[in-house]
Design a protein around this ligand. Sequence first.
Ligand SMILES: Nc1ncnc2c1ncn2[C@@H]1O[C@H](COP(=O)(O)OP(=O)(O)OP(=O)(O)O)[C@@H](O)[C@H]1O
Ligand SMILES: [Mg+2]
Length: 416
Amino acid sequence: MFAKAIVDSGLKKHGFTSDNITPFQMKKIINEEILPKLVKFMKGVETLEALGVGQIIFDVKKNILFINASFKRLVGLSEAVESKDVIAKAELEDIIDSILKGEKENIVKETELKTSKLRLNIIGGPVKNAQKEITGVVFFFQDNTMRAALDMEMDHVYEKLEEKNAKLNEAISKLESTGKQLRQSEKMAAVGQLAGGVAHEINNPLTIILGYSQAILKKVQEDDPMYKPLKSIENATGRCKKIVSDLLAFSRTEKLEKENIDINEAIDQALTLVQAWSKVKNVEVSKKYSQVPQILTNKNQIQQVIVNLCNNAVDAMPSGGIITITTKQLDECIEISVADTGKGMSEDVKHHIFEPFFTTKDVGKGTGLGLSLCHGIITRNGGTIQIISEMDKGTNIVVKLPITQAEPQKTEQSNP
Ligand SMILES: Nc1ncnc2c1ncn2[C@@H]1O[C@H](COP(=O)(O)OP(=O)(O)OP(=O)(O)O)[C@@H](O)[C@H]1O
Ligand SMILES: [Mg+2]
């Protein structure tokens, strides 16, 4: 059919029809024009067939001019085919109309045919004669099912990869934070050793200075010009002794007595040391205790933690405020939280607060050992200490201690 169309168009080009042409003219036109075109067309047809590309050509009245075997296979057609069946099965009605009307030049689309369930790439366009008039429509169909399946598989693989990547990033950040904690512990151990040695050496001379200044003070009247300087020596030495005892606690290596203690009771006793000072500073202490089981630990150390946290809270509220101390049981641990309504901490401060000697307080007001001491005590007890703080809103220090079921009277080797 398509070959006839080629012959007719070749004759028409020279003003002939099959009726008004002589055999000689016919032979000349066939040899010089029509045959080369036919050979070219047939080569194209063979190539497309070999590649499994479906091809179909319609004339302007939507009659089939040419159809290859691959097209029938892809669209799911039997041998004898009618144009209207092909158009319906291949779902081409609208496309053919718009191409014939000249509304669309070329059409490329991917579709899943209802008939064959195959995903096909369809390329369609007009067939034009030498005068650029539309004389038909040609379609090429290519099976895309495999590629679509591959695409889906690739999407799946990418999804899995992204999941794995996220898990890897999570593991890396955990590793980084563990590394940070490890470096922090090493640093604290080194500082602890150094500080312990220095504190030990300074402790004896300080005891002598304090002892003598107190002894002389007893003999000096308050109106004596020596009284004030001596009192200053006593106060300053007292402060030095406090720093030295903090340092010794920080680097403590002796065995510590452990006993089963009631945390609420221990906190109450520690608060007696804090409350006088907090009242002066206009700070109210509110207790929200729950009933918690006893835990095996060193009472003095836990009280040291509470006193340090409360002192920090009082310092963070220069115009007064509230300290709320909460205790509660959570699964396998006891949670103690010390919350204040103070100035809070910046992100930068939060990153450094467990470092020994980190302080934002004026010289002589803080040594920067309080929280690193707390950190050491809590981690040595198998617990955790966490900071929740917002600038100008307040700080909440949350301590978690495991509920240990060991025998009472046990001792631990404390190590910074
Ligand atoms: N409750 C809090 N609110 C705001 N900032 C705090 C609070 N607790 C601690 N900080 C900040 O953390 C820093 C370190 O606290 P840390 O207790 O270790 O040392 P310090 O209080 O400065 O000195 P020290 O306790 O040795 O006398 C403080 O200087 C302060 O900036
Ligand atoms: Mg402190």
